[in-house]
Write a protein that binds this ligand. Structure first.
Ligand SMILES: N[C@@H](CCC(=O)N[C@@H](CS)C(=O)NCC(=O)O)C(=O)O
Length: 207
């Protein structure tokens, strides 16, 4: 298989973390990384748009040439092929909780984090129309959401319950992605800090 990838972007990082957590490479599953330079607009050139008409990474290309988009779909596909360790929930209730947390993180934190980045960071200057007030608003929204997650983590070790799951991967990569936009852990967020340190200590966090 091939993974169209980018070292700095959060969505392909989810897939790399997932592959590392599954230990797929150690189990002999060959996934060749194809680096795609977003900063150099390589996602927007005709050759890449043939790979993914949306102009986005990650894309997983299977050995028969079939291509899968969307980090969530790619990880679910890999989970179906390699169920252990289970990262999408072992019981109906665990699956529902992981799904709910994943969707909440994506819509309420990840998407506004991308907006804060686009509308405030110098990387995007001249690339998009930046509306600083909108960027500041989305940043505030995201900070409030992390405060809420800090409260949730007072009662559970991982974001969706007792076990590490795909939701932790989404949360961790999103929190890391917020750093360039000034979205960081607050010293008072002791539960979130404890969780962050635990996830950062996993080898997959370096993937
Ligand atoms: N929902 C998609 C999001 C994919 C996405 O937004 N990818 C970004 C990097 S995180 C990208 O490739 N952007 C290319 C560009 O802006 O040209 C997923 O989870 O895979």
């Amino acid at each position: 298989m091939k993974l169209y990838d980018n070292d700095f972007a959060p969505s392909p990082r989810r897939v790399r973390m997932f592959i590392a957590e599954k230990g797929l490479e150690a189990r002999g599953v060959r996934i060749t990384r194809v680096p795609v330079d977003i900063a150099a607009h390589e996602t927007q050139v005709a050759a890449f748009l043939e790979v993914n008409p949306l102009g986005e990474v990650p894309v997983l290309e299977l050995d028969d040439g079939t291509r899968l988009q969307e980090s969530l779909a790619i990880c679910r596909y890999l989970e179906s092929l390699h169920p252990e360790p289970c990262l999408f929930g072992a019981t109906p209730l665990a699956r529902a909780r992981i799904e709910a947390m994943t969707l909440g993180l994506m819509f309420r934190i990840y998407v506004p984090t991308t907006q804060a980045f686009r509308h405030t960071h110098r990387f995007w200057q001249g690339r998009v129309t930046q509306i600083a007030e909108y960027g500041a608003l989305t940043r505030e929204q995201v900070l409030a959401e992390w405060q809420r997650i800090d409260g949730l983590l007072a009662a559970r070790p991982f974001v969706a319950g007792d076990s590490f799951s795909f939701a932790d991967i989404v949360a961790f990569t999103t929190l890391e992605f917020g750093k360039p936009s000034g979205i960081r852990l607050q010293p008072t967020q002791q539960h979130l800090s404890r969780w962050y340190a635990a996830i950062a200590a996993r080898p997959s966090s370096k993937a």
